[in-house]
Structure formats: structure tokens, C-alpha cells
Design a protein around this ligand. Structure first.
Ligand code: MRU
Length: 394
């Protein structure tokens, strides 16, 4: 299945390449990321987008931002924090961004703690450092001697060198990517249990293979179903204003051979009224502890319509997107974007009067009461979400 081989980024031989999704569906172009600024810009401009994909890009982004650091461990730890905070500032709503950065730094801290306690339990670490430094200072130049001195002092104080610490970050980024792929596959299998062959399915935005490390969240069951002959009929909302549905979901599903029909966002009600939709599947950018879920602007309207028409509404939420520290949807920071995305983007000429006021929130919150079930990689969660989401983390 060709589409399942598509992922939004490639990391090989220390090189991070990001598929520029702003160029889809016209061009499939990968761009190399060489520093923190490149990654920040790629996230901010939605070259890489979709909550899990942003998390994976940020994890690799943190590693490539600090891999050329030269200096001691104290300086390195400050540098990691600075770059991590910077990357986190690119977009506020998708929790996977801060989740990935926190996970990377937490891994580093725990490895340092483990290594330094092992080091402390070994015999006479200071003497080892002193002896080594004393020996070398006679035979090597001052600069090398200082670098070695910092390295040995680090190894003594922290149990790891800066080089080791960089390796910890690279390994953790790879693990985050691998785990996201596994989570998406698991969500695909759970999602398929909720769907039947031949169903009409409506989706909003793009929570597909290019919004994750691979396979997608809510599009994973559609890809798996396609492989297994389910013959779903998918309706993709175009998803104004950035057209993730038209440009990305329609492209991705079409490429996979899925029967997909593109509709404008304001046609969803009519399509449901026609009886063409048996289930709605969407992704999520941040789910609060009570089950309120922020997703692409327009999602809550689809959920309200679904309730009116008696259609089940499923939100696909990997545990990396569940934020138990955010009590309710009201506490989620919703990103506001440039009004030009509404006024003129995609048009040959501006489609609104010069200087007209705009309101352009990138996400909205679907209240938990509209969500029939939450599909995670650990299983399907039903209401009451305040109690049942906690179970997922046990
Ligand atoms: O602004 P975007 O394109 O990053 O928004 C993406 C969405 O809202 C997705 O539905 C969500 O991130 C889930 S992706 C698996």
C-alpha cells in the first residue's frame, strides 16, 4: 500500500528531512532541517503539522538543535532547555509539542541521575579525574587539555559526557517516532472494531499518515480497512481556511485508492441528512482530563450535527495527546492565526474588503458530551471520561 509508506519526515544518517505539506498536493518536496530555527519555522508555517507529527519533528528538532554544542555539561543542559523552550513556542495548542520536548529532557535528566548515582557508588571518582588530567597536561595542547578536562569533569560529576547526552537525545527521538507508529497501528485496529464494511465516514481536517509518524490516527482504520476490502466511502470536509481536508486528506486517501468525496465544510449537514454518513472520525490536538477535545476549527460543529442526526462521533487520541494537567477544554490555549489566511490565501485576488477585521482561531473544543468514544492506542474509552481516561494511564 503505497500511501502507508508516506511519512511527514525522514531521519537518516543524522539528517532530518521534512515533507513540506504546504506544497501538497502539487509537489512532494522534502526539506532538510539543520537548526532550531528551521524546525521552529517548519512547525509555525505548517510545513509539518498534525499533533503527533509535530511532536516527532520537535523531538528530532531538539536533538539537531544541540548536536553541535561544544562545552561542558552545565552549559549543555542550559542550552537544551533554551532550545526546547524555543521550539515549544512555535504553536500552542497541540500538546504533543511540549509533550515531546518534556519527554526528551526528562529522559536526559533521568539518564544523568542514573549515571551519576552509579558513578558515586564507584570508588574514588575524583582521584580518577585528577590523575587523568595531570597525565595529559604534559603531552597535549592547552585547548585539548581544557576540552578533555571538561569532559572528564562531566563524566565525574554527571557520569555521562556531553557526547553521551547527545546520544541519549537522539535515541529518545527515534523511540518517540517508533512508538508513534505503533500507537497509530493500534488505533487503526481499535478503530476498525467500531466500523463496518461499506460504511460512509465523514472526517474533518487531516489526521492521516502525514499528521503522524506514519499511518495516521483517525485515518489509520480507513487505511487498514482499505487493505482488508472494507470499501468505506469517505467524505472529506475541505477544512477552511488552510484546506487540510482538500489538500491533504483528499490527496492521501485518493492515493491509497479509498473512495473519497470532497465537500465544503458547510455541506456536512446535508451529507448527513442524506443518510450518507454512518460514523464520523476525527483527530485531536489536545484532550483535557474531562474528555473535552481540541481539534481543527470546525470539528465541534461537526460533532453537534452528528448528535442531531444520531451519528456516532469518534475522536482518535493517542495518549501523547491526552493532557491530564489540563482540567477542561476551557483551559486549552487556542492558537489564533493571521487573518490573511481567510481574506486572501488560495484566492487569485483578496476575497474581502481591504482592512476588514477577521477572527481566525485554528482550533475549537468539542465538549466531551458530544464524543461517543475516544480511541487510544491502549483501547477504546467511553464516557464518563473524567474517570475512564485516568484508567488509560494506569
Ligand atoms: O493546524 P493543523 O493542520 O496542525 O491541525 C491538525 C489537526 O487539527 C489534526 O486533526 C490533529 O492534529 C490530529 S492529527 C493526527
Amino acid at each position: 500500500m503505497a500511501v502507508l509508506d508516506i511519512s511527514p519526515l525522514r531521519y537518516e544518517n543524522d539528517k532530518l528531512m521534512i515533507l513540506d505539506q504546504t506544497k501538497l498536493p502539487g509537489e512532494e518536496v522534502f526539506e532538510e532541517m539543520t537548526c532550531a530555527e528551521d524546525v521552529w519555522d517548519a512547525i509555525y508555517k505548517l510545513k509539518v503539522r498534525g499533533a503527533p507529527a509535530i511532536g516527532v519533528a520537535a523531538a528530532y528538532g531538539l536533538y539537531i538543535s544541540v548536536r553541535d554544542y561544544e562545552g561542558d555539561m552545565d552549559g549543555f543542559l542550559k542550552y537544551v532547555k533554551e532550545k526546547g523552550d524555543y521550539l515549544c513556542s512555535a504553536r500552542p495548542t497541540a500538546v504533543n509539542l511540549e509533550w515531546a520536548i518534556k519527554r526528551m529532557t526528562a529522559k536526559l535528566t533521568s539518564q544523568l541521575d542514573d549515571a551519576s548515582s552509579e558513578e558515586r557508588s564507584d570508588a574514588t571518582p575524583v582521584e580518577v579525574g585528577d590523575a587523568t588530567l595531570g597525565e595529559r597536561s604534559e603531552t597535549v595542547c592547552g585547548a585539548c587539555s581544557n576540552a578533555d578536562s571538561a569532559k572528564n569533569a562531566d563524566a565525574t560529576t554527571y557520569g555521562l559526557t556531553v557526547l553521551d547526552a547527545k546520544q541519549v537525545l537522539e535515541d529518545e527521538a527515534k523511540l518517540i517516532e517508533k512508538e508513534d507508529i505503533a500507537a497509530c497501528l493500534a488505533m487503526g485496529e481499535y478503530g476498525l472494531k467500531l466500523l463496518k464494511p461499506g460504511m460512509g465516514i465523514l472526517t474533518h481536517c487531516n489526521a492521516g499518515t502525514i499528521a503522524t509518524a506514519k499511518y495516521g490516527t483517525c485515518l489509520a482504520p480507513i487505511h487498514l480497512g482499505q487493505e482488508r476490502g472494507y470499501n468505506f466511502k469517505v467524505f472529506a470536509d475541505e477544512t477552511r481556511p488552510l484546506l487540510q481536508g482538500a489538500r491533504l486528506t483528499a490527496w492521501e486517501l485518493n492515493k491509497a485508492g479509498v473512495d473519497v468525496t470532497l465537500i465544503c465544510d458547510n455541506m456536512a449537514s446535508q451529507v448527513m441528512k442524506n443518510g450518507w454518513v454512518d460514523a464520523i472520525v476525527v483527530g485531536c490536538d489536545r484532550m483535557a482530563a474531562n474528555g473535552d477535545g481540541a481539534n481543527k476549527i470546525g470539528t465541534s460543529g461537526v460533532a453537534i450535527l452528528a448528535k442531531e442526526y444520531g451519528i456516532p462521533f469518534y475522536m482518535f487520541v493517542p495518549t501523547s495527546t491526552i493532557d491530564m494537567n489540563t482540567p477542561t477544554g476551557d483551559d486549552i490555549h487556542i492558537e489564533l492565526r493571521d487573518g490573511n489566511e481567510i481574506r486572501e490565501m488560495w484566492y487569485e485576488k483578496p476575497m474581502a474588503p481591504d482592512g476588514i477585521k477577521t477572527y481566525n482561531p485554528a482550533f475549537d473544543v468539542t465538549p466531551a458530551e458530544y464524543i461517543t468514544a475516544v480511541v487510544t492506542e491502549k483501547g477504546i474509552v467511553y464516557p464518563p471520561y473524567t474517570e475512564n481516561l485516568k484508567e488509560v494511564f494506569k
